[in-house]
Write a protein that binds this ligand. Structure first.
Ligand SMILES: O=C(O)CCC(=O)C(=O)O
Ligand SMILES: [Fe+2]
Length: 110
């Protein structure tokens, strides 16, 4: 399916989207901090920049959480639930979360 067709389904006019800024203060006691709880993104795609720490985790094979490596200058693309449905699962969405760091504040832009 062409991107223009997908945008047509959502009645996008070419400038739809949202910018989310996340700041996770450091927390020495991780039992007292939740970060961003496990979820799937709902829209087509999320483009994420992790600036300081690699506390983004993805859920694989139904039981294991993997850390997404922090690579300088690299953006993470999360497939959203809408794209999962529209592509009949060809582009599967992924369950993910962000946990706080014990010594450094985490900042991300999505
Ligand atoms: O801060 C992060 O790394 C995760 C952000 C996220 O999952 C989102 O904005 O949907
Ligand atoms: Fe997300």
């Amino acid at each position: 399916m062409e991107v223009s067709s997908l945008l047509g389904l959502f009645h996008c006019t070419g400038s739809e989207g949202a910018l989310q800024l996340h700041s996770y203060p450091y927390c020495m006691d991780l039992n007292r901090a939740t970060g961003l709880t496990p979820h799937v993104d709902s829209l087509l795609v999320t483009v994420l920049h992790q600036s300081t720490t690699n506390e983004l985790q993805i859920h694989r094979n139904g039981f294991v959480w993997l850390l997404v490596p922090l690579v300088f200058g690299v953006l993470v693309v999360n497939i959203g639930g809408s794209l999962h449905i529209l592509s009949n699962g060809r582009f599967p969405t992924i369950y993910h979360c962000a946990v706080p760091n014990q010594i450094r504040r985490r900042i991300s832009v999505a």
